[in-house]
Design a protein around this ligand. Structure first.
Ligand code: AP5
Ligand code: MG
Ligand code: ZN
Length: 213
């Protein structure tokens, strides 16, 4: 199953990806997580990307497309994958189509988690993430059992560098200007499914699994 999770920053893509990994036993490919790992490793690519991410701007397409090309070629993707946070621009979506067609595969479904901008700020400023396993919790809406400790792997929960009210504004702007046009792109491909992302985490998971079966 080749899936994509689509939605604004903070819509719940990372949160829901965790359930799909378990259900379908396929990897999550989050370009945001890959970029943050490159920053932690202080690679040239990471250092270049960091400038954009800290300002809430999109990293250039050429960098992102290179990352995805390498990642999809890895053996754990052979039975499918969950794209999270990619593609985010029309050129990225077009490159993905070309890449997948070269690989002889196609996208089964794009699941869009709809959450209005007014709710996004609270979600992002209360988020706590686990750098070890990528879990995404929330102080109020999805609290960890133990404060600052990841429920999944025991790692220490931290606040992401770009999770502040100022950066959220530019991330939302980037989403509306550059990413939202993909709704038409994937609707035309007949793979686009919209879900109400404002429901509780478990209800969104239920709707998502139902829409895939
Ligand atoms: P990325 O890491 O992808 O960030 P994002 O798109 O801004 O998305 P988030 O990770 O913030 O949100 P999410 O939808 O995963 O929400 P989550 O599940 O965590 O990208 C970061 C940066 O990298 C970008 O700004 C850009 O610079 C760069 N980048 C990455 N990919 C790129 C690309 N393809 N092209 C160019 N640049 C790229 O949930 C959010 C919070 O809400 C959590 O606290 C969670 O617990 C809570 N929550 C989740 N679901 C619910 C619910 N149903 N009810 C209540 N709370 C909930
Ligand atoms: Mg995420
Ligand atoms: Zn963890």
């Amino acid at each position: 199953m080749n899936l994509m999770l689509f939605g604004a920053p903070g819509a719940g893509k990372g949160t829901q990806a965790k359930f799909l990994i378990e259900k379908y036993n396929i990897p999550q490919i989050s370009t945001g997580d890959i970029l943050r790992a490159a920053i932690a490793d202080k690679t040239d690519m990471g250092m270049e990307a960091k400038k954009f991410m800290d300002e809430g701007k999109l990293v250039p397409d050429s960098t992102i497309i290179g990352i995805i090309k390498d990642r999809l070629a890895e053996s754990d993707c052979k039975d499918g994958f969950i794209l999270d946070g990619f593609p985010r621009t029309l050129p990225q979506a077009e490159s993905l189509n070309e890449l997948m067609s070269d690989m002889g595969i196609s996208l089964d479904r794009v699941i869009s988690l709809n959450v209005p901008d007014e709710l996004i700020v609270g979600r992002i400023t209360g988020r706590r993430v686990c750098p070890k396993c990528g879990a995404s919790l929330h102080v109020e809406f999805n609290p960890s059992k133990e404060e600052k400790v990841c429920d999944y792997c025991g790692g220490e929960l931290i606040i992401r560098k770009d999770d502040n009210a100022e950066t959220v504004k530019s991330r939302l702007e980037a989403y509306h200007a550059q990413t939202a046009p993909l709704i038409d792109f994937y609707t035309n491909m007949n793979v686009f499914t919209e879900l109400d992302g404002t429901k509780d985490v478990s209800e969104v998971t239920k709707d998502m699994i139902e829409s895939l079966s």
